[in-house]
Design a protein around this ligand. Structure first.
Ligand code: ADP
Ligand code: NI
Length: 213
């Protein structure tokens, strides 16, 4: 069994019961897009595929531990006899990946990391991103929209995480910011289209809300 096949089987097992937007289908979409970006960028495809596979296992939001995803990826790859330096690269991408607030640094030191991060963020915008935002919001008991709420650009991950906004509020605190944070040229191009679709969606949402749609 190749390393990709072993990791795929394990991650599929772990994520198949997950329905909060971090499910197996999300992982598959991120893999496919990350690999397609990686081909354009000339990145190491195996590192990209492995990091995409592991990226949401033991996510902070559900595990409450910033290092859990990193540790799991490293330990699993070590258990398969995968070279330590490459395992460290994969695990460090998993560690650095997530959005942590508008004002928080999100540097990705390697091109492989940039490919996976762009692909993960792409799945948070456009038509699929809209679906995931309302799915997550419903799961957390958030309102779809709260016209009086204050929108913040967070300077720390803790502030960002502790905040509870409506799902429409989440567009302003994260989703509308992602297009300008894409790191690869391919990512930037695809994000433009998806961003434009979200802006159209929000215009229609507000028009209907205000009785003009
Ligand atoms: P990332 O993978 O960039 O760290 P998250 O794991 O925070 O993203 O979020 C997973 C999905 O849930 C994304 O589509 C994200 O936009 C959505 N989501 C996260 N927080 C909220 C929120 N407060 N309201 C609505 N959707 C959210
Ligand atoms: Ni993800």
């Amino acid at each position: 069994m190749s390393i990709i096949d072993s990791v795929e089987a394990e991650v599929h097992r772990l994520l198949s019961g997950e329905h909060t937007g971090h499910d197996w289908h999300h992982t598959q979409r991120v893999r496919n897009l990350a690999l397609s970006i990686a081909r354009d960028e000339g990145a190491d495809l195996e590192i990209v595929d492995l990091a995409a596979l592991f990226h949401d296992v033991d996510d902070y939001k559900f595990s409450g531990d910033h290092e859990a995803g990193y540790r799991f990826a490293k330990a699993f790859l070590a258990g398969q006899g995968y070279p330590a330096e490459r395992a460290e690269h994969v695990a460090s991408i998993v560690h650095d990946l997530g959005f942590k607030g508008a004002g928080v640094d999100d540097t990705m030191p390697t091109i492989e990391g940039a490919c996976v991060q762009d692909a993960d963020r792409m799945d948070a915008i456009g038509a699929i991103g809209i679906a995931r935002a309302f799915s997550y919001g419903g799961h957390m008991g958030q309102m779809i929209y709260d016209p009086g709420e204050r929108i913040e650009q967070h300077a720390s991950f803790e502030e960002y995480r502790e905040r509870s906004v409506s799902s429409i509020g989440h567009f302003s605190e994260k989703l509308l910011l992602l297009k300008d944070r894409m790191k690869t040229e391919t990512g930037k191009r695809i994000a433009e289209q998806r961003h434009a679709f979200m802006v159209r969606y929000l215009d229609q949402f507000h028009a209907e809300w205000n009785g003009n749609g």
